[in-house]
Design a protein around this ligand. Structure first.
Ligand code: URA
Length: 203
């Protein structure tokens, strides 16, 4: 069992907060263990709770469209939420629920080691930019240690406010651009690596 599947098993039976009592399924997250792009949403909704998978409802359909617009498929990215269980009636997460769940997200980030983290919820955004408004910083990448954090509006917001659809489409275009820039930097670093010392021949 990989460390990630082991973590999923822990999340599925997690008793750490009251959300455990009402859930049908916990929703650990899904995607390749070596994904370059990680998206962090808010919390499972009705359909996610039923199926135990993230973003399987209407917002998920739109997310798939946004990904298709940059030639990415869902199974090429890693997707999870700040909360792993559905808050009743889809209310906002409570601070104690976020605290109880925080270590799971920490471990997911540690194990996946993504190049880009896309925050698609206010509560994911708050982890890196607690004092910023999404209207001011969406689509603007920020380097945080070894990774880039790219804040975006939640795809569900565009279902209520159609003008955000275009904003999201434009912001999604930053993803391949950032990955390309990061690959160029990596090439440059590799070019500059000193030659390994030549082995001394015995003969
Ligand atoms: N909205 C979220 O933030 N996460 C999901 O998994 C589904 C909808």
């Amino acid at each position: 069992m990989s460390e990630l599947t082991d973590l999923y098993a822990q999340i599925r039976v997690c008793p750490k907060c009251d959300l455990a009592k009402a859930r049908t399924n916990a929703v650990p997250g899904e995607g390749p263990e070596n994904a370059e792009v990680m998206m962090i949403g808010e919390a499972p909704g009705f359909h996610e709770d039923q199926q135990g998978r993230p973003f399987v409802g209407a917002a998920g359909k739109f997310l798939d469209e946004l990904l298709a617009g940059i030639n990415l498929k869902r199974d090429q990215i890693y997707i999870c939420n700040v909360l792993k269980c559905r808050p009743p009636g889809n209310r906002d997460p409570f601070p104690d629920e976020m605290d109880a769940c925080k270590a799971y997200l920490d471990q997911q980030i540690e194990l996946i080691k993504p190049k880009i983290i896309i925050t698609i919820s206010r509560f994911a955004l708050a982890r890196w930019f607690s004092d910023k408004k999404i209207s001011e910083i969406h689509g603007k990448p920020k380097k945080v240690g070894n990774l880039v954090v790219l804040p975006m509006y939640h795809p569900a917001a565009a279902l209520h406010q159609p003008s955000l659809k275009r904003v999201l489409q434009d912001d999604f275009k930053r993803i391949p651009e950032i990955l390309q820039d990061m690959a160029k930097v990596q090439e440059h670093v590799e070019e500059k690596k000193p030659e390994p010392p030549k082995q001394l021949s015995m003969f």
